[in-house]
Design a binder for this molecule. Structure first.
Ligand code: ADP
Length: 519
């Protein structure tokens, strides 16, 4: 059967060899093993179910929460001469009924549906009448309530599937899943640990960059102007900011598309098409845009502000460079971004427990902005991905020019200050104590009497704050309550305090000069 799969790869799809992971997933499915595939965006997940779908008898069902993607996928299968269709709410009901009839007659090798379809009695009945070759769960992280994009309708497919007389082989595919999401999907779909296929999440063609303290509008204009022929996406945190940035480019006569949930469906559709056809190479959007957009030549993705969590960031940034060509992902960060995201969480409809989790995830995202480690590695560690190299050598932290500085002494001062303050306060008050501030709250708690008071008078409060944030980001300090952040020492901090570990940080040439002038 694997020979047949290889032939299909060559003859139908025109590729000579499988990409990492594809062969194992296909082999598993051909042997009837439920499988979970975690592969990076652009890794070639579609072939993992399309090839077995062609080898096996019957109709393959692909469940996707992305209505916008279905048509593209079906069109590309049709161009290859493969019978395929999609059934979703974008079709008139007459057309839905017609397609269902054809499905029942076994007319399709591939049928794409949205999760809600399984709530329809007629649909389940149609499935009972045919042979199903396999069921694929695309964007499978949406099944899990621990995922960043949980769709309850996705999860309820599982009990609905039990109504089927046949139990075809299932494959779940995702590019963004933490360990707990993977465990959740595995349990739900009864996937044996032997049948987890993980090629790692690393995207070797992506260059991650952090830009702090820049004028964001100026940065965007300069960047877009100096990359005039390239296609890119700018993500903004709110509709209002999206409109503002869009206007900024329109005023400068730059062809720009705009996408957010506040626009009419027809407007969004048009914007998407202009962007995909490269008529408007630049897209300014909220996170409503992009799920399932298969545009391979996006050369850059810029986040105007800190996203809500690493999953969302990696997924959005990952829309750059699907063709494997070098591409850039910028995050423009300022400390107020965190406040905005906190506000958005607070305002949301989530229950308290969920909010707590979101605050914690936001803290991990903020740490990304403060870390001095390799940015790609930071993301991979977040997902528990141990594969790949230690440092990417491409990101702005890896490529940072500057000298390595021993910050052990300063770190010890900060850490012991946190300890002496009883590990009950946040970054800002700790910075004030170290600076020797006469702030009312400092005096109220009597912190002017601590031996760590006024230990770093030569640094500005902002510099001290940055140092603390860095110690949080790289695991010397942890933040306990993400909503009312409280600094706590980690085991690593004790190693630093007892002289068992040193803290070395690469600092920019100008930062080093500033520090030297005070020493
Ligand atoms: P994903 O869903 O994982 O983001 P896709 O399935 O859309 O990725 O595949 C990304 C691109 O890689 C597509 O253009 C696809 O045709 C191409 N591709 C997939 N498998 C192979 C392969 N074995 N060899 C060459 N190109 C491939």
């Amino acid at each position: 059967m694997l020979n047949k799969a290889q032939k299909i790869l060559e003859q139908f799809f025109g590729y000579s060899s499988f990409r990492a992971g594809q062969k194992t997933v296909i082999e598993n499915l051909l042997h009837g093993h439920h499988t979970l595939a975690t592969m990076p965006t652009g890794g070639g997940k579609s072939l993992c179910y399309q090839i077995p779908g062609l080898v096996l008898d019957g109709t393959a069902l692909i469940i996707s929460p992305l209505i916008s993607l279905m048509k593209d996928q079906v069109d590309s299968l049709l161009t290859l001469g493969i019978s395929a269709t999609y059934i979703n709410s974008s079709l008139e009901s007459k057309e839905q009924i017609e397609r269902l009839k054809q499905l029942k007659a076994g007319a399709f090798k591939f049928v794409y549906v949205a999760p809600e379809r399984f709530e329809s009695y007629e649909f389940i009945e149609a499935l009972q009448a045919i042979k199903i070759s396999l069921i694929a769960f695309d964007e499978a992280h949406c099944i899990s309530q621990w995922g960043h994009d949980f769709r309850p309708s996705y999860r309820s497919i599982v009990p609905n599937l039990r109504k089927l007389r046949q139990q075809p082989v299932k494959v779940a595919l995702t590019a963004t899943a933490t360990g707990e999401v993977i465990a959740d999907i595995q349990e739900l779909l009864h996937i044996h640990p032997k049948h987890l296929v993980n090629t790692g999440f690393a995207r070797e063609n992506l260059h991650f960059h952090l830009e702090k303290g820049v004028n964001k509008e100026d940065f965007l204009l300069n960047y877009v102007r100096s990359h005039p022929k390239e296609s890119g996406i700018i993500y903004a945190p709110t509709r209002k900011i999206t409109d503002r940035i869009y206007q900024l480019f329109v005023d400068k006569g730059i062809q720009t598309a705009r996408y957010h949930a506040g626009l009419a469906e027809s407007e969004r559709q048009l914007a998407q098409e202009l962007f995909i056809r490269d008529e408007a190479p630049l897209m300014v959007a909220t996170n409503a845009f992009g799920m399932g957009i298969d545009k391979s030549n996006v050369r850059y993705v810029i986040h105007y502000s800190l996203p809500m969590n690493i999953e969302a960031y990696y997924q959005e940034a990952g829309r750059a460079g699907r063709d494997g060509e070098p591409s850039d992902c910028y995050l423009l960060f300022s400390a107020q971004d965190i406040q905005l995201q906190k506000f958005l969480i607070e305002q949301s409809q989530m229950n308290e427990e969920k909010k707590e989790r979101e605050y914690a995830k936001l803290q991990d995202m903020a740490n990304y902005a403060y870390t001095r480690r390799c940015l790609q590695r930071y993301i991979l560690d977040y997902f528990g991905d141990e594969k790949g190299e230690e440092n990417c050598g491409r990101c702005s932290n890896c490529c940072q020019e500057g000298e390595l500085k021993d910050l052990t002494k300063e770190a010890q001062m900060i850490l012991s200050c946190v300890k002496r303050m009883g590990e009950r306060f946040g970054v800002s008050l700790t910075a004030k104590v170290l600076k020797g501030s006469k702030n009312q709250k400092v005096l109220e708690f009597g912190f002017q009497n601590l031996s760590t008071y006024n230990l770093l008078p030569h640094l500005t409060e902002k510099d001290i704050t940055n140092r603390i944030n860095y110690l949080v980001a790289d695991g010397y300090l942890s933040i306990q309550d993400a909503k009312f952040p409280t600094l706590k020492l980690t085991p690593l901090a004790y190693d630093v305090l007892t002289g068992k570990a040193e803290v070395w940080v690469k600092v920019k040439a100008n930062e080093a000069a500033k520090d030297a002038s005070h020493n």
